[in-house]
Design a protein around this ligand. Sequence first.
Ligand code: AMP
Length: 188
Amino acid sequence: MTRIVLLGPPGAGKGTQAARLAGSLSVPAVSTGDIFRSNVSEGTELGVTAKSYMDAGEYVPDSVTNEMVASRLAEPDAEGGFLLDGYPRTAEQVAELDRMLEVRGHVLDRVVELTADSDEVVARLLKRAADQDRSDDTTDVVRRRLELYAEQTAPLTVLYESRGLLVRVDGMGDVDDVTRRLLEALDS
Ligand code: AMP
């Protein structure tokens, strides 16, 4: 169970849980949001491209995102497994991930949907905006990110469910409890 996708709306706690799970499972957590953010702070060409989309709460174009993920997954530490946090987010990214795995003779083991109450998610995102000063956590942008998730990313759960890969885990409540539930779900 080492090639895992973590899905869930912004603010569900994916980043926190991905880091914890990666530690327990000894695989790297690959967060597209984190990779974009570090490119933004380093001022790379990729960062400059990504920033305008991120600040508006829009998805970075699939071609850019897919290329970035392909090169990250080609690194040696991801050969034995990975936990993807924040990717795939569109049907085109699902297809591209399938291709990336296929060329290496790999398959996904599990797709975990971390579920969250929408009022709670908005409250968490606005709190994070205050704590971390993220430029994409303002009210309008938060609304757009949730809208895009509902339109483009939530439907991916149906697709993965039809492949028999999906497990749903309640992301609400105590952080340690959520980690425990996730580990149990991945173990089953
Ligand atoms: P996150 O930290 O996962 O919420 O991502 C922050 C922002 O990075 C998103 O709102 C998007 O603008 C961008 N981003 C992250 N992952 C993706 C992806 N898989 N596809 C497109 N854009 C992404």
